[in-house]
Write a protein that binds this ligand. Structure first.
Ligand SMILES: Nc1ncnc2c1ncn2[C@@H]1O[C@H](COP(=O)(O)OP(=O)(O)OP(=O)(O)O)[C@@H](O)[C@H]1O
Length: 277
């Protein structure tokens, strides 16, 4: 199968300090994959480099067999930024944020067409929040704001969408709902690549995981990748991995948490299972 995206020997950094060096990564059509690694290890930088928002020091990025010029965004790609980086006081409605996707990087125009409004409505409907179309973006919950940006990323029917830490600022229930929505979109043919710290959501929802810490450590299915040795190498701290039937649960190895999990594991797993349904 032809890859959708290839990163070859990529090195990036800021102000002469490298963030990562020599990264090779191949993404295939239909993949739903998660990039996991500790804070500050370069996940956002990798995503931004792929999207042409950070200029690599070295290396190449190929999209569907064609090499991209440095600093140029691939075609047919959507991006959902970290919600923390968005200015929520900006006076626009959810529908207008989605319509901004129609204008790419231009400012929103006062004469949006009926067609653009329809597109925005359909996409808000697709991500389950059409009812908030006329509400100011700053008044929405974190989960709703995330979905507005997901709807905006879907303008133009991208082949692949990148989401930077989509689960970081939401509670467990919202995270599960969002990951279910992403799994549904993936079933409809969309390739998805997201970064996260949240190992348990990834273990439960994502079929493919890429471990990263200033460089690629390894990748594979959660069942193969989530071992104490690989997680320690990725996060630089000891972690405990529990397996129960087809479920994986990960905890840092703080003694009280470890003790609690070893004694209450069946109950914890039942709770996690009911939340993911
Ligand atoms: N614009 C910038 N200028 C200078 N340094 C930066 C810039 N953006 C990021 N960095 C630094 O580069 C390193 C990697 O940051 P990056 O945001 O890529 O990590 P991350 O893994 O996405 O972190 P997090 O999970 O906390 O979002 C960090 O040390 C960060 O401080």
């Amino acid at each position: 199968m032809e890859p959708i995206l290839e990163v070859r020997n990529l090195t990036c950094g800021y102000q002469r300090l490298p963030v990562f060096t020599g990264v090779n990564l191949t993404l295939y059509p239909g993949q739903l994959s998660g990039l996991v690694g500790p804070s500050g290890c370069g996940k956002s930088t990798l995503i931004k480099a792929i999207l042409g928002l950070v200029r690599p020091w070295e290396g190449e990025i190929w999209f569907r067999g064609k090499q991209l010029k440095p600093g140029v965004a691939p075609p047919k790609v959507g991006y959902v930024p970290q919600v923390e980086t968005v200015d929520w006081s900006f006076p626009v409605t959810a529908e207008e944020v989605v319509m901004m996707g129609c204008y790419q990087n231009q400012k929103i125009l006062p004469w949006q067409s009926k067609r653009e409004r329809n597109i925005a409505r359909q996409l808000l409907n697709r991500v389950g929040i059409e009812h908030v179309a006329h509400q100011p973006i700053g008044n929405l919950s974190g989960g709703q704001q995330q979905r507005v940006f997901l709807a905006r990323a879907l303008v133009g029917e991208p082949d692949i969408v990148f989401l930077d830490e989509p689960t970081s600022s939401s509670d467990l229930q919202i995270q599960h709902e969002l990951l279910h929505l992403l799994a549904d979109l993936n079933q409809q043919g969309l390739s998805i690549f997201l970064s996260t710290h949240d190992l348990n959501s990834v273990a439960t929802h994502l079929p493919w995981v890429i471990c990263f810490n200033h460089g690629l450590i390894c990748q594979g299915e959660p069942i193969d990748i989530f071992t104490s040795a690989i997680l320690e190498k990725t996060f630089g701290t000891e972690m405990v991995v529990f397996h129960h039937q087809d479920r994986i649960l990960i905890a840092s190895s703080g003694t009280s948490l470890r003790h609690q999990m070893q004694h209450n594991l069946p109950a914890i797993l039942r709770k996690t299972a009911s939340k993911t349904k």
